[in-house]
Design a protein around this ligand. Structure first.
Ligand code: ARG
Length: 380
């Protein structure tokens, strides 16, 4: 999360142009061309009278699907048409937003048979943000600075310290779920503990190594990215948490493998009795493989949907075929589409992708000042 773009408000003329482009694309895809001119007249009128317009439920639903389809870094786009959209634009209070987030967690989890889902809150109105989630994801583990290094997820130290400054108390374990931090307009954010009924976790074990379980590793079942802005037809949805299911490498290679995250490769390498003094023994590669197999095995045994990096890349190839068939160009960010292990075994390795940004889409947004201030003081 390094690219944070400051949000520039559209002028009325620009907003109308964005709306015009979106409405034409959206209605054409849905076979509603005959309604375009009426709808655009109404939008022009709304913008003139109030400075903004509102999406109808079907515009919002299809716009969100288009935003997913246009997400250059996402390898899971084959299923874009199956996105479930929860319209939560009527949530007024921080508590209502938190409760809608908990419903998202339960409905998207669907007992392990995970459904792709997006919950959308009030968009920015005339330059004023209405809702903002300070969390990177709706489920994430806290990170604590201690004398012997960071305990938990190093990526969450600033949010954790902010929560503590607001009186949040926890077990200070490696796997404490952070509270939801919800901001309404320019009010002070409110904190809400995530109830157990909204949390799902998988304890990691390995099909061949009994000691693996004793490492005490676990991960949550649903990745619900909650800090991005969804832009549809010139409207900025600053709170629109979305989730699919995990690709095993996200957990096995990155969350546990990265040296600036849980940094588990040295521990696993030693458990495997590998010589970790020399890169040439490929101990990191062996440890990565063991970790990734443990993730897939454990999620599968617990009945929680997950996909491996080979299968998801094949699904992406199908998406590329489908899009060509629909007469649309696929845009992509190759560095992100490549899996973080065995990349050359996938078709993406041989391909080139056009990384232009098509809207609707998801964008990074500037982190709340309080968090970026803390990040700087951590020297990151
Ligand atoms: N990489 C992020 C994580 O490990 C999740 C990003 C979204 N991933 C997904 N499969 N929808 O939590």
């Amino acid at each position: 999360m390094t690219m944070h773009e400051p949000l520039r408000e559209y002028s009325r003329t620009e907003l109308y142009a964005e709306a015009d482009a979106f409405i034409r694309d959206c209605y054409t895809e849905l076979g509603r061309e005959s309604e375009v001119e009426n709808r655009l007249e109404k939008i022009a009128d709304d913008i003139e009278r109030r400075g903004y317009y509102e999406h109808t439920p079907f515009e919002l639903k299809h716009g969100a699907k288009m935003a997913w389809r246009n997400s250059n870094r996402c390898i899971g786009r084959l299923f874009w048409q199956q996105l479930n959209v929860a319209d939560a634009r009527d949530c007024e209070t921080a508590r209502e937003v938190h409760e809608a987030c908990c419903r998202h967690l339960e409905q998207a989890r669907n007992g392990g048979n995970i459904k792709p889902m997006l919950t959308v809150f009030k968009p920015m109105i005339n330059g004023q943000e209405q809702v903002r989630l300070w969390n990177y994801e709706l489920l994430r583990y806290a990170g604590y600075r201690t004398e012997d290094g960071i305990v938990g997820d190093p990526d969450e130290v600033e949010l954790t310290e902010y929560c503590q400054s607001r009186g949040w108390e926890s077990d200070r374990s490696r796997f404490d779920i952070l509270p939801h931090v919800v901001q309404i307009r320019d009010e002070k954010p409110e904190l809400f503990e995530v109830p157990e009924s909204a949390v799902g976790e998988v304890r990691l074990r390995h099909p061949d190594y009994e000691w693996f379980e004793d490492l005490g590793l676990r991960w949550y079942d649903l990745p619900v990215v909650s800090n991005m802005r969804m832009e549809i037809g010139g409207i900025h949805y600053t709170a629109a948490p979305f989730s699919g299911w995990y690709v095993s490498t996200e957990i096995g290679s990155r969350n546990f493998g990265d040296t600036d995250r849980y940094d588990m490769l040295p521990v696993i390498g030693k458990k495997l009795g590998l010589n970790t003094d020399s890169d040439r023994t490929l101990w990191k590669d062996e440890a990565l493989l063991v970790l990734n197999r443990a993730v897939l095995h454990s999620f599968q045994e617990d009945g929680v949907q997950i996909v491996d990096h080979h299968t998801v890349t094949e699904q992406f190839e199908q998406f590329e075929h489908n899009e060509a068939g629909a007469g649309r160009d696929v845009t992509g960010d190759r560095a992100w589409l490549l899996p973080p292990m065995s990349s050359a075994t996938t078709h993406v390795f041989e391909n080139e992708y056009d990384n232009s940004i098509v809207k609707p889409n998801f964008f990074y947004q500037e982190a709340p000042a309080e968090l970026s201030k803390r990040r700087e003081s951590l020297g990151r």
